[in-house]
Write a protein that binds this ligand. Structure first.
Ligand code: HEC
Ligand code: HEC
Length: 469
């Protein structure tokens, strides 16, 4: 964890019902896969291949998810950017996906995987008893904040010496949770309207237009059967039900949460890590080396209910280099500041939140072809070298200014550059020092990351790859 986290409710039902988008609660409670305790998390023959009867609403959602006729171009479905053959992430190596009326409009952010979103807590700032991570319990979560602490500024090592009041103050400023890189959507339903209306994506000009398209689909009758013959005469309700169907599909369909990576098998005691994977895991956990697990949590939740999500759902500014390939970035005044905008509108004036993005899961990360919110990195090797060399060798990552100085954290306006975390390993080393990880250690961590790829077959350990590849 980068800062401090929280107590969680002790009982599964209480915890589950409070961390989920409300309308999904009962579904997940009824879903043995998501709610099962860990010991049953052993490897299977590939979750994606399991035949599970989806509810009628989820089946409708599946039709919508794969239907390009819901887009203005007629060519783009949810699955175009979130492909089941790529862990519901992008099926190509574009930094950002194309869409819009002519399929030539580029967005500003890399498309995330839609796997393992079932325990994302709703967006909040400060202590959150709903967090499903396993960070240490704060000493006194009830203490009111004494001083403001800039998010991202409390070192994992330094925190041990902080006073209770300072801990509580740090805790009080931690933004966490929500869907999208900036956490702006709290439910799958609310999220889905985003891509349906985004002019760079499915490009409907209004919710009414979405409904018009739905009415013309072959499955319009399903909507009437499920929600009443008059459903289309109540546009708001019809839209709600349709978005709910998309949410149900993502919640029920097992291939969104197979939990069948080698690492899951290892935790269940049915697989052993290779020597390199084991070394990688140790470096991943070591607070002075990779320190990765402080944010990308690799242990089940303390009560054993949730398997590791490889994120603590918290926000952090890592200072990713500006991606000059993105059309939006041709405008030198354009900056994607994450939590403080421009996609999100409610924190645009909170300078301390500018440049912060939500920590993504690392499950299936080895199958991705672009990394970070702006897709600036192309390989895990680059990501890892960036982590450890950002401070020790900044000119490798950022361009030079006319005066010869390195334009460090060049994707952020100067006034926000102080938000970038320089305190925690692995980016706590100073200019000219040896990086926190050498090349052999980086290789071990990358080997470990490949154990997070779903579809592990114990009988074919070398085929540690996506089931659909
Ligand atoms: C043109 C590509 C594209 C299409 C089409 C698209 N998405 Fe996305 N999706 C993205 C991008 C990019 C993001 C990240 C957005 C952000 O952070 O602002 C995203 C984020 C998400 C998230 C949040 C994931 C997370 O980690 O928080 C969900 C859920 C999602 N999309 C579902 C859908 C659904 C459902 C559809 C169809 C209605 C859809 N998407 C269509 C590109 C796309
Ligand atoms: C202080 C919290 C923190 C620590 C420590 C940390 N990460 Fe991250 N990680 C993040 C955040 C936040 C992002 C997204 C940053 C962005 O897009 O701007 C990220 C992104 C990534 C990505 C890209 C994922 C994707 O889908 O694009 C990888 C891979 C990754 N981290 C691996 C690691 C590894 C390996 C370590 C240890 C060497 C590590 N991280 C340490 C918070 C952290």
């Amino acid at each position: 964890m980068k800062r401090f986290s929280t107590l969680r409710a002790a009982t599964s039902k209480a915890a589950t019902s409070r961390i989920l988008p409300a309308s999904l609660v009962w579904i997940l409670l009824a879903m043995p896969l998501a709610a099962d305790p860990l010991p049953q998390a052993g490897p299977k023959e590939g979750g994606a291949d399991d035949v599970v009867e989806l509810s009628a609403v989820a089946q409708l959602g599946r039709k919508m998810f794969f239907d390009p006729s819901l887009s203005n171009s007629g060519q783009l479905s949810c699955a175009s950017c979130h492909s089941p053959t790529a862990a519901y992430g992008p099926p190509n190596d574009l930094a950002v996906q194309l869409g819009g009326p002519d399929m030539k409009h580029a967005g500003i952010r890399a498309a995330p995987s839609l796997r393992y979103l079932e325990h994302v807590p709703t967006f909040s700032i400060g202590p959150n008893p709903e967090m499903a991570d396993n960070d240490p319990v704060p000493l006194d979560p009830g203490t009111p904040p004494a001083t403001a602490v800039v998010p991202g500024k409390v070192s994992t090592v330094a925190k041990a010496s902080l006073s209770r009041a300072a801990r509580a103050a740090a805790e009080a400023t931690v933004p966490q949770g929500g869907l999208d890189w900036d956490g702006r959507a709290n439910t799958f339903q609310g999220q889905a309207l985003g891509p349906l209306l985004d002019p760079n994506e499915m490009d409907n000009h209004s919710a009414t237009e979405v409904l018009e398209r739905l009415k013309r689909t072959a499955y319009a009758d399903d909507l009437k059967k499920l929600f009443g013959a008059n459903i289309f005469s109540q546009p708001e309700l019809a839209l709600d039900e349709a978005l709910f169907a998309l949410a149900r599909f993502q919640a029920e369909e097992p291939s969104f949460h197979p939990y069948d990576s080698k690492y899951d098998a290892y935790l269940a005691g049915t697989a052993e890590l290779s020597a390199a994977e084991q070394r990688g895991l140790e470096l991943f956990d070591d607070p002075l080396k990779g320190n990765c697990s402080s944010c990308h949590i690799d242990q089940p939740s303390r009560d054993g209910i949730f398997r590791p999500a490889f994120t603590d759902y918290q926000f952090e500014a890592l200072g990713a280099p500006r991606n000059r390939e993105l059309p939006a970035n041709r405008d030198l005044d354009f900056h994607d500041l994450g939590l403080c905008g421009p996609m999100r509108k409610d924190y645009t004036s909170v300078a301390a939140y500018c440049g912060l993005f939500k920590t993504p899961t690392l499950r299936n990360v080895a199958t991705r072809k672009v990394f970070f919110h702006n897709g600036v990195f192309r390989t895990l090797d680059q990501v890892m070298h960036f982590y450890v060399e950002r401070e020790t060798n900044p000119s490798k990552w950022y361009p030079k200014l006319p005066n010869g100085e390195v334009d460090r954290y060049d994707d952020l306006p100067p006034q926000y550059r102080g938000n970038v975390d320089t305190i925690d390993a692995p980016y706590d080393r100073k200019f000219g020092q040896a990086p926190a990880l050498n090349d052999a250690e980086i290789a071990d961590i990358i080997t470990f990351l490949s154990t997070l790829t779903d579809g592990y077959r114990p009988d074919r350990p070398s085929a540690n790859a996506m089931p659909n590849h």
